[in-house]
Design a protein around this ligand. Sequence first.
Ligand code: NAD
Length: 260
Amino acid sequence: MLKGKTALVTGSTSGIGLGIAKALARQGAHIVLNGFGDATGPQAEVEAIAAAHGARVAFHGADMSRPAEIEAMMTFAAGRFGQVDILVNNAGIQHVAPVQDFPPERWDAVIAINLSSAFHTSRLALPAMRAANWGRIINVASVHGLVASAEKVAYVASKHAIVGLTKVIALENATTGVTCNAICPGWVLTPLVQKQVDAKAAANGWTNEEATRQLLGEKEPSMQFTTPEELGELAVFFCSPAAGNVRGVAWNMDGGWAAQ
Ligand code: NAD
């Protein structure tokens, strides 16, 4: 379905971003990966899928908190594949503390990576998408873009804000073939969430299983994690012709979390 298109997925060396990159590669899109850590393993996994569908993969290690590096990544992607047709703003970090104890530099980092990076990638990708009259911007927000939890002030603020950014981009391009939508997952068992399970286990003397059950039980009625594979399929749907008039939605995949 996406043969000849190019997808750039930020924060795709791990977790949800890697799941979305694989799902888009399965549809034949060329993939630009991004993120921290050793990219060799994730890149090889995506390359194996892409090669089976005649697509190619590249990697750029831009730090999403640095606008100049984001610009270099967008130039690199356009140079390698012509242009970015599908932009998935996924890179994100978390910090957990009450407002009065929240370190200001952590606030700045969460806002820069979770929110401002999506403004920069979008402003740089939109001219070519609009010229082609086709484009997909998919923002990985969170159920925390719809409802709040205590001790996550920067995260909740950044995710509510990226839902707003999503709506503005959708409106400004509503008469074109460029759509912009947000995905709002509940709990997904990635390194970002495992850290929170570990903190609960350590604080309460629980096993990993007890801490996991507690974490799910507090928020997610299904008592099940959403998976990167399921989120990848939702991203594929947003790229499909059937989703051509889906504009500005914040689509939760959260086991019933926001329905409460
Ligand atoms: P993860 O920690 O597994 O992956 C995060 C990715 O972002 C990694 O590839 C990491 O290298 C990259 N990254 C972090 N800081 C970066 C930076 N400054 N520049 C470039 N890359 C950077 O986390 P995840 O759970 O897969 O989270 C991905 C997205 O999904 C985030 O935006 C997160 O807020 C969102 N989300 C996660 C959950 C969940 O339960 N895991 C739920 C809702 C939303």
